[in-house]
Design a protein around this ligand. Structure first.
Ligand code: GLN
Length: 473
């Protein structure tokens, strides 16, 4: 696993004319090729990447500053619409789909000189927690090929840890950035809901979908968030970024209150993860933080709420894949109805169908009040519980998942067991707050990580505190 220089250093060197963007792109493509056994990558955007790299090198040679990410290669989860190749969301139903426009997040990164070189594997439509639910390949954990990298942004996480590119981007609807970051061993940030535009990202559950960076360091995640965040006319749910931006936030924890979420430290938590967190707590105290026990009694209901609301939104969002406009279309249909039915029956995998059926059921007239409406009411209680907690502490700390990376095949035939691995990540999505995964230890040759959470729009202070956690770990 070869590493890259810090992203800012790479861009500086390109702008100085000391490194060439073309060489950087070639290096990234070479590493992707060498690591093919990990199946982290679905496709390359090679030709366009090399063209853009040349354009950047030419700009530099004409004396222009090509941006804060000049010549920096990166990898996008394959649910971001990008030029230069197909966007499939790892689903057969989108095979052959070439996006007519790019995701706003990609556009913003490109405007600063970054270059997308490849599209990373994911659970199809981001449904999953292991990347085993891709229609194309199973990504391997960078530390142990018999284990999963986490999911759904497993390809993005593995890419960063394997050093295929200096950073990647992912999406997090119920944990899909934070959990693979924890399983694979990189930093993964789910910002406040609305801070990064969802325009041009294949929609999963629109009320919790978030976009964020996956990086080696917290500082680099701050830079990428600084570039991707802010209001976007193409996504009406976006919010203004912090007036101070996200770089160089105060990392001093003296006098800061950190709450340990009691509900996250129950018997289901693997004892090795607990031990690593206990060691971190000692260090946080010596750095001057005040550690408090905090209880969010509603938290045990979050998973049930998520697995009602998420499929409800999925069933609506996936209705657009009807074989007429995007990707796969069944050729043998005798009429339009059969084309709809057969294209969906053949194009969607089992998990997408499961969610469409559950979602349609909880939204149907006879069951709407009992399931969907009730879940929305409990969601409000979750939001209120977090708001209450953040009145008494600055940050909340907990594990990311109950276990370290599990074995390939261990849960893939048991949807409920797979859903249970999201038990610690879904609540921040339902509440729209910011949360970041920071690796803190290695146990049994596998990464251990924590998630640090802050109230909505407190992403800047969260990133500052996360830098300290990273330094102490
Ligand atoms: N594992 C969760 C699910 O399958 C979260 C996925 C995600 O965040 N995209 O719904």
């Amino acid at each position: 696993m070869k590493s890259w220089d810090n992203i800012t250093k790479i861009a500086f060197s390109v702008n100085e004319g000391k490194s060439s963007a073309v060489d950087l792109v070639k290096e990234s493509l070479k590493r992707i090729n060498e690591a093919s056994e990990y199946d982290a990558i679905i496709s390359l955007t090679k030709d366009r990447a090399l063209e853009r790299a040349k354009m950047i090198d030419d700009g530099v040679s004409q004396g222009q500053n090509m941006g804060r990410l000049a010549g920096v290669p990166f990898i996008a989860k394959d649910n971001f619409l990008t030029f230069g190749g197909e966007t499939t969301a790892a689903s057969n139903i989108l095979k052959g789909f070439n996006a007519p426009y790019q995701a706003s997040a990609i556009e913003k990164l490109e405007a600063e000189g970054a270059i997308v070189v490849a599209k990373a594997n994911l659970d199809a439509f981001a449904h999953g927690a292991s990347t085993e639910n891709s229609d194309f390949m199973i990504t391997k954990n960078p530390h142990d090929k018999t284990r999963v990298p986490g999911g759904s942004s497993g390809g993005s996480a593995a890419s960063v840890v394997l050093g295929l590119a200096p950073f990647s981007i992912g999406t997090d609807t119920g944990g899909s950035i934070r959990q693979p970051a924890a399983f694979s061993g990189c930093v993964g940030l789910k910002p406040t809901y609305g801070l990064v535009s969802r325009s041009g990202v294949v929609a999963m559950a629109s009320s919790t979908d978030c976009i964020g960076p996956m990086t080696k360091t917290v500082g680099e995640a701050s830079l990428i968030l600084d570039i991707m965040s802010g209001r976007d006319p193409l996504d009406s749910t976006t919010i203004e970024k912090d007036t101070l931006g996200y770089i160089g936030a105060d990392s001093d924890l003296k006098g800061k209150k950190i709450g340990l979420v009691k509900e996250y430290f129950d018997d289901s938590l693997n004892s090795e993860i607990k031990d690593s967190i206990d060691e971190l707590i000692v260090k946080l105290k010596s750095a001057g933080a005040e550690i408090k026990d905090v209880s969010l009694p509603i938290l045990p209901s979050a998973l049930a709420v998520y697995y009602i609301l998420c499929p409800a939104e999925v069933s609506s969002n996936l209705s657009r894949y009807d074989g007429q406009r995007f990707g796969y279309s069944y050729e043998g249909a005798k009429d339009l109805n059969e084309s709809y039915a057969e294209s969906r029956a053949r194009g969607f995998g089992r998990e997408a169908k499961r969610r469409i059926i559950i979602g349609t059921y909880v939204l149907s007239s006879g069951y709407y009040d009992a399931y969907y409406k009730k879940a929305q009411l409990v969601r409000t209680k979750i939001v209120n519980d977090f708001n209450d907690a953040f009145r008494s502490v600055d940050f909340l700390l907990g594990p990311v998942a109950p276990t370290q990376a599990f074995k390939i095949g261990e849960k893939s035939n048991d949807p409920l067991a797979m859903y249970l691995s999201d038990v610690m990540t879904v609540a921040p999505n339902l509440a729209g707050i910011s949360s970041i995964t920071i690796p803190i230890d290695m146990k049994n040759n596998l990464p251990v990580a924590v998630q640090l959470m802050a109230a909505q729009k407190h992403d800047r202070s969260l990133l500052g505190a996360a830098r300290k956690v990273e330094e102490l770990a």
